[in-house]
Design a protein around this ligand. Structure first.
Ligand code: SF4
Length: 222
């Protein structure tokens, strides 16, 4: 454990994060998973979400699913129409190409299903560890820690880990978090990062974790 993060302290941290989340808007990817229970839709929304604000991801995913609610329809959709549907998501042209390629691979090699292994997911265009772990965890219930910018930043501020890259954070967190927290930690820290522990000037003065947090690397706060 890093910086005194015993299991009981980690569980207290998570309890407070859960309480905090209950007062916040549900994130797009969790809302997608809860409403559709479809690994296809989760994977597509996750690709759209990269470097894109949550509200933009939500609207873009809705527009695309109105055109292509399954693998076959997406594989047959022209790239331009995918790009138009997901605009203004970041890198919408690149994502349109990748989404079409992903759909074709799922249709041709996986019988129209999303594969449930890390290796197969990582082999898909535009799918990195973050997306693969999110789909494995949320989509298939397999223990995996999805580390995005919020998880990486907040884990370091809290002293749960001391790492330079999201990949290092993922590895380090496997040693700090009990296994049953691997899947839920992403959404808890994403929600917390969007609403309280912002990248610049986090709201430390009104933070429910203040007494647990050494605020490592925080130079300016509110
Ligand atoms: S005290 Fe500040 S740095 Fe620590 S978790 Fe709260 S908002 Fe983030």
């Amino acid at each position: 454990m890093t910086d005194g993060w015993t299991e009981s302290r980690v569980r207290e941290l998570v309890r407070r994060l859960e309480e905090f989340r209950s007062s916040c808007r549900v994130t797009t990817l969790v809302a997608e998973q809860e409403s559709s229970r479809s690994p296809y839709r989760l994977l597509v929304a996750c690709v759209i979400s990269l470097r894109t604000k949550d509200e933009v991801t939500s609207a873009a995913s809705r527009r695309l699913f109105a055109l292509a609610d399954n693998v076959d329809l997406l594989a047959d959709l022209e790239e331009d129409r995918i790009a138009q549907a997901i605009y203004p998501a970041g890198f919408y042209n690149t994502k349109a190409r990748q989404l079409r390629q992903i759909a074709a691979i799922l249709r041709d090699d996986f019988g129209g299903e999303v594969p449930a292994t890390e290796a197969d997911l990582l082999a898909l265009p535009g799918v990195g560890r973050k997306t693969a772990n999110l789909v494995l965890g949320l989509g298939f219930g397999k223990p995996a820690i999805c580390v995005d910018t919020h998880v990486h930043r907040i884990s370091n501020r809290l002293g749960l880990v001391r790492t330079k890259t999201p990949e290092q954070t993922e590895r380090a967190l496997t040693g700090v978090l009990p296994r049953d927290l691997w899947i839920p930690i992403n959404d808890l820290l994403v929600t917390f990062g969007q609403n309280r522990c912002h990248p610049i000037s986090p709201r430390c003065a009104s933070c429910v974790l203040a007494d647990l947090c050494p605020r490592i690397g925080v130079t300016r706060s509110r």
